[in-house]
Ligand binder design. Sequence first.
Ligand code: 5AD
Ligand code: SF4
Length: 484
Amino acid sequence: MSEFLLPNEKDARVRSRNYRGEIIRDAVRLTESQKILGNGLSYCVNTYGCQANVRDGEVICGILEEMGFTATEEMSMADLIILNTCAIRENAENKVVGELGYLQSYKRRNPNLIVGMCGCMAQEPQMARKIVEKYPIVDLMFGTHNIYRLPALLENIMKNDVRSIEVLSRQGNIYEGLPTIRSSRHKAFVNIMDGCDKFCTYCIVPYTRGQQRSRLMQDVLDECRQLTENGYREITLIGQNVNAYGKDLDEGYDFADLLNRVADIGTERIRFTTSHPWDFTDAMVDAIAQRENIMPFIHLPLQSGNDEILKKMGRRYTREQYLELYDKIVSRVKDVAVSTDIIVGFPNETHEQFIDTLKVVDYCRYDNAYSFIFSPRESTPAARMEDRVPIEEKKERLALLNQKLGEYSKMHNKQCEGKVFDVLIDGVSKTDSTVMCGYTRQQKLVNFRSEKGRVGDIINVRITEGMKNSLNGVDVSDERADNE
Ligand code: 5AD
Ligand code: SF4
């Protein structure tokens, strides 16, 4: 495998003081031959992960279309299939490995099919090696740091009939102005930073996405302004930990400043994700509380409600500090909804420690939550910790937790019944054009009927029924909103 460039763990964990990625503004400049390489060929990009992964997928689509490829939703018809993978938990990876098995039959039918793999799984040293050795159907592999190399890698495959495998271990620079095909015309993700330096002990992201690099505020603002001028009604600022925005720059601004400046642009709905409870500043709370166009919805990952486990997770806050922040948010931000992430069965978590998590859930009564069983990840400290908790017990804890989380989300949703909410319409049923779905300002999913509504409109919906995971409602745009 000497001609292949594969990642290694040692380089991936390196953090250099004062590292500032260089800003590269023309990383994708296609040669004349690359511009026509995809003519007459179709592609399909399957994305499996978080918002950063989705955003990477949009850039991959942008590059491929500049190369002449045409999108197809029908994977079996595609000439190029790219799996844009996630490594956060084992089941995310299993999905991709299953897909690779399936793709073997496609490749038998169409030997010219090009199969590519990118994203966080490609950044895992053992996984990348395994894929290259065991899955010869994978012709193309690149990582999260070198998406801009796609044209050259594809050209190499198509002209020389070889495999192109190139994954870097160290983070790259900051790439501005990469081609993009946005997946929606009314909602957009804007990444404000890449990488993560938090190193929570269970998490693979700092290794797969490298050292934190913030984009310059001016570049973020320009992108937000452009999107807003082009009719986008909602922008979500994304980063692995947006609260740390700007800390790697020496520009004197932070995430609260950015939030305020984006709000000044006047985009109708501004969201952000993910914020770590550790460096959630008062200035951020103020911005969310005071600015009408910053949505009253905060995802605040708890992970565990027990101090000892939090310490072992490297979370750097205590249960008390988390609750203090939670209290501050709910007391200052009107009508706020709070969601969370929780991991059960961290190595050697005791039943009592798990009960501490349930107690925090009882206190915070989250509007929504994502819960997971701890999944040991390659290279992370937690994967090397002793763990005597049987998987059956972890499953029982997850079921108990989910039961509680479900009750609270249903309670919140029931409280919405009879009230009217602003809903940004996201989609329309394929079979009945009056059946639609969308999200409230609090990021609650609503299914509703509307005669006049169109995708991208913001309309008033009266909630008729609150269920565990969603709301049902009817378009009452002709009446006045009495809730918000
Ligand atoms: N095992 C289980 N859940 C994890 N998460 C991150 N890493 C792991 C892991 N190794 C969860 C965390 C995080 C969310 C995105 O995924 O709860 O907030
Ligand atoms: Fe998955 Fe994390 Fe990578 Fe996002 S950053 S794709 S959640 S592993």
